[in-house]
Design a protein around this ligand. Structure first.
Ligand code: FNR
Length: 380
């Protein structure tokens, strides 16, 4: 509200309150390479565009005279009482955006009481991010390595550092065809960015013939060969269950049958996501997949959502389509690039303030009362 009240009383915020403007500002600041990596998507970008179109093509149908004076944004997610139905999505290699990278983003999440999902491909080791977060809610995202010992070691390190929920990303067994990166020859991993978690890991180091500092190129190649595994199948999930005590959430689910398989495998949740359109060009928009997945699983597991969320009304729509909470991707990364921790906090506060107003103006006092009847489908 502070930002809202300031805006009403003549104090101009440091960053725009329309979060869709942040990408352009970041590109002006950092140049096309890093922003190309963040903004880019698979193929001709059709999935990323479809993500936005599917959200924009659903329109809210507001209700009147429903006493929205007292509102409560809190949501119970995976047994946790969250103050708002929002978390920061796992995004690797944040040091290309800001020197304080994941540490600044994690501090912002902690300050705003939003769970931070730390990527396996973080530019900061797990332990250092945890240190920056005090006892704030943190989740760990796993890229499921080919090497079992590396996976086991990551899980142990995350557990020891107080990460409570495991988010396993399934949509990236290989990196997709991403023309913006290919054309600019910009792949942070090849420069050893986003590999700090791996390079600092004892099980990873055990797979090298020489220490990382003696032969960094060999270490990068070792990383590229083992960071994910296209050979994995559903029964392999048993290994994760054995090695993780808390809730496990599968990220990248868009098919209702996969959501049912997640239930059968005893998983606690899914993130309906197409990785922000970065993996399969021409794929279903995440917001079109969401109601199908939500219907398939009912309340047998927790449904989360990301891919394309940019505004408060997008959060409203995702919840109305069946998500319990939403993960925010690129916008917070631009906030980080433009103003470090304060920039990420700005993005979280704007998004939640806009969501709260959308909720109220549409006749709702809590996220729990949203449902498909609050939306219509209409082309934009
Ligand atoms: C990602 N994403 C991602 N996901 C993941 O599970 N592990 C990761 O390391 C990364 N890294 C990553 C880097 C960059 C630059 C982007 C843009 C995305 C995907 C991310 O978690 C999320 O699914 C999308 O960002 C959501 O889409 P929007 O909100 O960015 O459209």
């Amino acid at each position: 509200y502070e930002i809202y009240l300031n805006g009403m009383t003549g104090t101009v915020p440091r960053l725009p309150t329309d979060l869709t403007r942040l990408e352009e500002l970041t590109e002006q600041r950092l140049g096309p390479g890093p922003v190309g990596y963040v903004a880019g998507s698979a193929g001709d970008g059709s999935t990323a565009r479809a993500n936005r179109a599917a959200l924009q093509g659903r329109r809210i149908v507001p209700r009147m005279l429903r006493d929205v004076q007292e509102r409560d944004l809190s949501a119970e997610v995976l047994g946790r009482a969250l103050p708002a139905p929002l978390a920061l999505a796992p995004i690797g290699v944040l040091s290309i955006m800001h020197p304080e990278a994941e540490t600044a983003a994690a501090r912002a999440a902690a300050a705003q009481e939003v769970p931070f999902v730390l990527s396996s491909a973080s530019s900061t080791p797990i332990e250092r991010v945890a240190e920056a977060m005090g006892d704030a809610e943190r989740w760990f995202q796993l890229y499921w390595a080919k090497d079992r010992e590396v996976t086991r070691s990551f899980l142990n390190r995350a557990k020891a550092s107080g990460f409570s929920v495991l988010v396993v990303t399934l949509d990236t067994p290989l990196l997709a065809w991403r023309p913006r990166d290919l054309d600019q020859a910009y792949l942070p991993f090849l420069h050893g960015v986003g590999t700090a978690n791996y390079f600092s890991d004892p099980a990873f180091q055990a797979g090298l013939t020489k220490p990382v500092h003696e032969d960094p190129n060999a270490a990068v190649l070792h990383f590229v060969g083992m960071f994910a595994d296209p050979g994995k199948t559903w029964p392999d999930l048993a290994f994760l269950r054995e090695n993780w005590d808390g809730p496990i959430v599968l990220k990248g689910i868009v098919h209702p049958d996969d959501a049912r398989l997640a239930v059968d495998a005893g998983m606690d949740g899914v993130v309906v996501s197409n990785h922000g359109g970065r993996q399969v060009a021409g794929s279903i928009a995440a917001a079109d997949a969401l109601p199908r997945v939500a219907e398939a699983v009912g309340d047998r597991l927790t449904v989360l959502f990301d891919s394309g969320v940019r505004t408060g009304d997008d959060v409203f729509k995702a919840l109305a389509l069946g998500a319990r909470a939403v993960l925010l991707g690129r916008p917070y990364v631009y906030g980080l690039a433009l103003d470090g921790q304060a920039g990420v906090e700005h993005v979280i506060r704007c998004l939640l303030a806009e969501f709260d107003l959308t909720l109220a103006l549409s006749g709702h006092a809590t996220p729990g009362s949203l449902g498909p009847a609050d939306l219509v489908e209409q082309s934009v």
